[in-house]
Design a protein around this ligand. Structure first.
Ligand code: EAX
Length: 325
């Protein structure tokens, strides 16, 4: 009798799951809202993987801080309560300081150089390193080159930065960069519109798309094209989850996310010229030729600072500097 019942259950199970394939949900977190750089990667990945896996994978995107800020998203990846995320590299440095080499100020001279390094062996080495802290680094997409905005005054050289209250990402490196530039930096998780509006902070720094999508032109009069840091996203998965997947599925996911990343980087870059015009038309006063040499001099000591002291980080920084100079 018992045996018959068990047999019946098995038959039932086979009947309700045609081809014995059950859809697998991938929970994917981004802190930003629809239309943002991170969301463009996420949406593209979802479309690609759902089509290619013929329904085996279903991606549920959690956005707009619905599952917490970027640090909290990364903690959830470590615990495998969510499986994937597109996260700005800034807050990642608490989890693995190796990522700081990418945010070294004025490291990349342009987009091509960023792609060449991040899509090459040095980028792969950084992604691999994340496994030590429970992450499977899959690819780099981008926020883009970061620019300073503020509500107080035009900024042309580091002297103008002096004493400005600047919001920075939750990252010791970013705080140190702005201290070196003479600002008064406050680490704060995303989003920050209210703090800017209320004057808790005078300014912030982010790529052009942010000023448009988050409407910072309403509350920040001055922008300087400092391009001080190339801000990558790391497209990441929970290592614990990754290890349970079959090789073919890993391959499919890896290919789709890297394709989404390349698509998003191109899309972001294509739109930048129009964005700059839009921000000006909305009334932002833009300094297009800051004294970059002076900004660089001011942060030159960083490579010998605490931020890069760890032997592994120092070694990689040296190699990445050699490859970009
Ligand atoms: O993508 O926190 C930040 O400044 C990030 O650049 C933000 O997630 C916007």
């Amino acid at each position: 009798m018992k045996r018959i019942a068990v047999f019946g259950l098995i038959v039932l199970a086979l009947l309700v799951s045609p081809l014995n394939v059950t859809a697998m949900d991938i929970k994917l977190g981004v802190v930003t809202k629809p239309g943002s750089a991170q969301n463009i990667v996420a949406d593209k990945f979802k479309a690609l993987i759902e089509a290619r896996s013929e329904g085996k994978f279903r991606v549920k995107i959690y956005h707009s801080k619905s599952i917490g800020n970027e640090t909290e998203i990364l903690q959830q990846i470590q615990m495998n309560t969510i499986q994937m995320a597109i996260v700005t590299l800034g807050p990642f440095d608490t989890f693995d300081p190796i990522v700081r080499v990418i945010n070294y100020p004025f490291l990349f001279k342009d987009n091509d150089q960023a792609d060449q390094i991040l899509d090459g062996p040095l980028g792969a080495e950084i992604l691999k390193s994340l496994e030590t802290s429970g992450f499977k680094g899959l690819c780099f997409s981008e926020n883009g080159f970061r620019n300073l905005t503020n509500s107080k005054r035009p900024v042309q050289s580091p002297t103008d930065v002096n004493g400005l209250k600047i919001r920075v990402m939750s990252s010791a490196l970013h705080k140190t960069i702005w201290q070196s530039l003479g600002a008064n930096p406050t680490p704060m998780p995303w989003p920050i519109y209210t703090e800017l509006e209320q004057g808790v902070i005078d300014g912030q720094e982010n790529p052009l798309w942010v000023m448009e999508v988050y409407k910072f032109y309403e509350i920040q009069k001055y922008m300087t094209l400092t391009r001080h840091v190339y801000s990558a996203h790391i497209d990441v998965a929970a290592l614990a989850w990754w290890q349970t997947l079959e090789d073919a599925d890993r391959q499919m996911i890896q290919t789709a996310i890297c394709e989404a990343a390349r698509y998003q980087r191109a899309d972001n870059r294509d739109k930048n010229a129009a964005r700059l015009e839009l921000l000006k038309s909305k009334g932002m006063q833009v300094e297009e030729q800051p004294d970059t040499a002076a900004f660089r001099r001011q942060v030159a000591g960083l490579k010998d600072s605490e931020m890069y002291r760890d032997a592994r980080v120092q070694d990689l920084l040296k190699r990445i500097l050699a490859a970009t100079r």
